[in-house]
Design a binder for this molecule. Structure first.
Ligand SMILES: [Zn+2]
Length: 138
């Protein structure tokens, strides 16, 4: 099995994070989540970052839940948040908080610059958000 070269968290090239489109999967359709996990991650203001991830404006794709694959907690299915720059699935906060998933440096910097305060309103429509297939060259 060949291992894909995954984007570095030091310089994440996209404006989305936390879901893994085909270009990041290996030839068997698997994604190496371990690459993005680090239980020793030293993130300043991690609690505030997680709170930010949880409190941004969300759009729900489906009004149903799925079980976290790693624990038994129920998470929203196909539900995403957007802060006028970055896009992420709503289970990301749980993955960071409970499963040691590391955020890209530039995502953390962005949230810090926002003073851990979500935007009061969303300026773009859903189809203008940086979905993976539209942001390959971002
Ligand atoms: Zn979990």
């Amino acid at each position: 099995m060949t291992k894909k070269h995954l984007p570095s968290l030091k310089k994440w090239p996209y404006k989305w994070y936390g879901f893994w489109p085909p270009e990041l999967l290996d030839e068997n359709g698997n994604f190496d989540i371990e690459y993005y996990r680090n239980e020793n991650w030293q993130c300043p203001n991690k609690d505030q970052i997680i709170k930010y991830l949880k409190s941004c404006n969300a759009v729900a794709g489906q009004a149903s839940n799925i079980k976290c694959p790693e624990c038994d907690i129920m998470l929203p299915r196909a539900s995403y948040s957007y802060d006028n720059v970055w896009l992420w699935p709503d289970q990301l906060a749980h993955e960071v908080e409970a499963h040691n998933i590391v955020l890209p440096d530039n995502f953390v910097e962005h949230i810090t610059k926002n003073n851990f305060t979500p935007p009061s309103r969303i300026l773009h429509r859903n189809h203008e958000w940086p979905w993976p297939d539209s942001s390959k060259n971002a």
